[in-house]
Ligand binder design. Sequence first.
Ligand SMILES: Cc1cc2nc3c(=O)[nH]c(=O)nc-3n(C[C@H](O)[C@H](O)[C@H](O)COP(=O)(O)OP(=O)(O)OC[C@H]3O[C@@H](n4cnc5c(N)ncnc54)[C@H](O)[C@@H]3O)c2cc1C
Length: 507
Amino acid sequence: MSQPSWDAIFVGAGITSLACAAMLVKRDPGVRLLVIDKHIVVGGYASTFSRPKQEAVFDCSLHKLSGMAEGGNLIRILRSLELEDTLDLVYPEDYFCAYQDGTPLPLANDVDDAQQQLLERFPHQAEGIATFFEQVRTYGRNGYYQFQMLEGTFEPDMAQLRFAHRHLKQKTVRQALHELFDDPYLIEILAAPGIYVGGYSEDLGYLYYLHVVYATLNRGNAYVRGSSQHLSNLLAQRIEQAGGQVLLSTAVDQVLTDGQGSVTGVSTRRGVFHSPRVYINASPHYAVQSLFAADVELAPTREKLTALKPARSTTTVYLVTDLPPAQLGLLHSESMLFPGDPGAGAELRMAAERSGYEAALSERAFWEMSPVEVTNYHALDPAAGLVVCINVLDSIAHWPQRRTEQYRAKKQRAGAVLVERLLSQVPGLRGHVLHTEVATPHTYVRFTNNTDGSGYGAMVSTDLSGHVFHHGFPVQGVQFLSAWVAGPSYEAAFGYAEMKARQWKRA
Ligand SMILES: Cc1cc2nc3c(=O)[nH]c(=O)nc-3n(C[C@H](O)[C@H](O)[C@H](O)COP(=O)(O)OP(=O)(O)OC[C@H]3O[C@@H](n4cnc5c(N)ncnc54)[C@H](O)[C@@H]3O)c2cc1C
């Protein structure tokens, strides 16, 4: 069965595809767009799943949209799509609450207040704290407005750019924070926002990380009532209302070419769909491995992709409680749980990597000794149920294959360790957890085809050489459009989608 031609086809209905397609139909009404996804709902990670017996809806990713205050890029783009009023936005009071040994340290969702709170708790680190927040305000800000810088609408101070290039670009978060501070707990608290982009302090480039702090703390953050699925559904609706089509439960088997270096469409079990333009929302490693015919010369791209490392994956525990979590002592919408010996985690993770991710060492490093992020979804959106979610950045390398005894046993261990970490910090929750289920890095691969279960595209380390893998891609008309090229986060997805939509010209 052969179908009429589309102006563009999107392989995958993740948030970057949906945002770009929604912007295109707004800019160019009448454009014919086809979005295809193998899953049963739109959104990729920006989706939910339900457990009706538990009266629970679990958000697969979203806990914070960054850039949501005045001056934020994401709120500006959502306004341009006339979505702000339709989205029921919640602005939480806290950035996150840090917990160690059962002692909470809430950090306000306001940069000056958060700085003051850290100063009061760590007065012996006052000088470093002042320098750190100044770096966020200058270099973090410059990184945040990079698209505007390229467009010429944001003029940076050249001396600042030169300083950042010479002195900050080569440092990891771990190196830079150790130069500023000697209190290991403060270092871990400040490194924790790296979780939002899939990297620990030893993984991430400091300059990039400063922009993450700026985006999430200085430019405001919010949650969407109705969850990420609500946002994804609204975007899909826009596409369909404009005459586009969103085809679900349909895997793209191959991206088709004319044999002379130009794309012609895609093939699926539902037939062939034609288009001179194909946007690939799936992971690029997966795409070059599985989506092109053997005669397409992709060896140079594969070579470049060896330098593009996936960000960390996540192991997640979804919980349902019998009473509102706040009544049980989980007062904040987001918490970060730190171990008693906060400096040990990074050492153990690096030892785990050196060991080739030996299982017992990796479990101790990632699950027991690394920071754990906890979202109290009930505090953000009570309609989704009495839901709490625990996330820890993890590596797929120490997980056995799915459907094996070892895999099931390991899932149970992960659930037990992570839930216990929460209960030991917030003892009021003990005896009130009715339901738990665990998603592993393999679960993330299975649902999204993201390489190694990465939840955040490519790792943004100090080495950015792999990030240009798509330059000079040998098939004309193919473009990549995902966290792998945009950078992690919804805000990056919308920013990149906006740039792609601006470049749009009908073929
Ligand atoms: C646990 C977790 C928490 C997160 N929390 C936040 C947060 O609070 N705030 C934030 O800003 N970001 C967060 N992120 C990051 C954010 O969710 C991602 O960066 C973003 O959703 C990635 O979107 P994407 O467009 O790259 O597509 P993806 O979500 O990766 O979707 C890709 C889509 O392609 C489809 N696909 C793949 N192969 C095929 C094929 N052959 N045929 C058809 N379809 C295919 C998949 O089914 C999938 O739907 C989180 C991520 C995770 C994992």
